[in-house]
Design a protein around this ligand. Structure first.
Ligand code: FES
Ligand code: FE2
Length: 376
């Protein structure tokens, strides 16, 4: 049973055309959340690991897509493999956390799988006349790698990752961005009390920045003639420049640095859960995992060119984290407002919030694409 049917989709579509937001219930309702797990997250590419986490044969990382546990491995032949992390015996999760192993052994009854997912051994299976090991591999999951980033999808019919990335690889090339020269220096994770869409929408406009982010506003030009937003299918972009007067920019630490013709401030959101903000010598990467309708696990990774002193890394990460904490208070307040359902639809400002409109259209399309084939 889901809350979505043709009437509610038509009503949401009509609201968007009048510049209203999606219904508040879509941000708070458990059944709607489950629907998005299937129709948004299970059908799109999710960021799962950095290739440095899968550098050697035997390295593995577990993750979840929608409600499906997965494990990504570097197999004995050096190939990156995506596997459903559910035992073919009686569905215990096979791998836990991350690490390096020659084989993956299920902790329930000890079935052992090779890193490519083939079943290597099952205790007492030799007593069973019709036991066919080759039929009992871990199920495969599509994986794709762009630069050092490993993505996975459960959907056989998802478009190729490069198609979804759109112009981002080219823009990174134009930037002269050297991914190989970066090293991971810091990860900050926290659970926010807000729906994943509230978190994304907050990152798709800087209408709130002058009010909510004094330090960022001091560093980055917010004038609407300079601060540009654009959307192209699955990619949404912010571009601006650092304030010339220096004071604010100086407090931005390694956000500084300028290449001719390249916007100094860039932020890319890739549907549905991948964000990057490159700047010279530094890359901020944001992703998240929806926990339930009202909670989201936010993960941010900080990469820097090799050899930067830790004070520089800490200052730069602290600057970004301050912005994130300011955003956290905002989105948690929004979630409380949405849960009240006192205002069933908000009013968007299309000049300043065009990316929210684009995002909400993607949500609407994703949840309605299979309307009538499940739930209803
Ligand atoms: S469930 Fe994995 S070995 Fe039994
Ligand atoms: Fe913000």
């Amino acid at each position: 049973m889901t809350t979505i049917d043709e009437d509610s989709i038509a009503a949401a579509a009509a609201a968007l055309t009048r510049e209203w937001t999606l219904p508040a219930t879509w941000y708070t309702d458990h059944a709607h959340f489950e629907l998005e797990r299937d129709r948004v997250f299970a059908r799109s590419w999710q960021y799962v690991a950095h290739t440095a986490e899968l550098a050697s044969p035997g390295d593995y990382v577990t993750a979840g897509i929608g409600r499906v546990p997965i494990v990504v491995t570097r197999d004995a032949a050096g190939r990156i493999r995506g596997l459903v992390n559910v035992c073919r015996h009686r569905s215990h999760e096979v791998a836990e956390g991350s690490g390096n192993r020659r084989t993956l052994q299920c902790r329930y009854h000890g079935w052992t799988y090779n890193l490519d997912g083939t079943l290597r051994a099952a205790p007492r299976a030799d007593l069973e006349a019709s036991f066919e090991r080759s039929e009992l591999c871990l199920l495969p999951v599509r994986v794709a790698v762009w630069e050092p980033f490993v993505f996975a999808t459960l959907a056989d019919d998802a478009p190729p990752l490069l198609e979804v990335l759109g112009s981002v690889p080219q823009l990174m090339d134009d930037y002269g961005f050297q991914f190989a020269a970066l090293e991971h220096r810091k990860r900050i994770e926290y659970t926010i009390e807000a729906n994943w869409k509230v978190y994304v929408e907050n990152s798709l406009e800087c209408y709130h920045c002058p009010i909510a982010h004094p330090a960022l506003t001091h560093a980055v030009e917010m004038d609407t003639e300079i601060y540009r937003l654009s959307a192209d299918r699955f990619v949404m972009t912010h571009e601006s420049r650092l304030r010339a007067s220096g004071q604010g920019a100086a407090s931005a630490g390694p956000l500084l640095g300028r290449r001719h013709g390249v916007p100094e401030f860039q932020f890319y959101y890739l549907w549905p859960s991948f964000m990057i903000a490159p700047s010279p010598g530094r890359l901020w990467l944001g992703t998240f995992r929806p926990v339930d309708a009202n909670r989201t696990l936010v993960i941010t990774d900080f990469y820097f060119e090799a050899g930067l002193p830790s004070e520089t890394v800490d200052a730069s990460a602290a600057f970004s984290d301050q912005v994130l904490q300011e955003d956290r208070a905002l989105v948690e307040s929004v979630q409380r407002g949405l849960r009240s359902n006192a205002v069933p639809h908000g009013r968007l400002l299309p000049e300043s919030e065009q990316l929210l409109r684009h995002f909400q259209e993607l949500v609407l399309r994703a949840v309605s694409e299979y309307a009538g084939t499940s739930g209803g």
